[in-house]
Structures are given as C-alpha cells and as structure tokens.
Design a protein. Structure first.
Length: 57
C-alpha cells in the first residue's frame, strides 16, 4: 500500500476539493504512480526509487 500525506494551505481548499471530485477523470490522463512521484518532487521529498511501490504486473 502506498501512503503519502501532502499539506496545502487553507486558501487552496477549493482546488483540493475540485481535484478530489474529478479524480476519476484526472487519472485517465495520468496514473497514480506518476502523479505520486510528481507530488514527491513538487514537495521536495527525497526518495529512493527502490522504495516506491511498483505497478501490479
């Protein structure tokens, strides 16, 4: 199971709600794993690729 927590300011709450409401459509464009890695980079989280989960085969 992948776990991640990212913090946003109160001023961004409406954007986060819109993101959640449109997740199904959004994930047709970018898969969860790629988006998760984008979040890690955006939030400047150092990570080792060996410890990032892999897509099921």
């Amino acid at each position: 199971m992948a776990v991640g927590a990212f913090s946003y300011s109160k001023s961004q709450v409406s954007s986060v709600i819109a993101y959640i409401q449109n997740q199904k459509i959004h994930h047709q464009k970018i898969n969860f794993l790629d988006e998760y890695k984008q979040f890690l980079k955006e939030f400047e989280v150092d990570y080792d690729e060996r410890y990032i989960f892999k897509e099921p085969e």
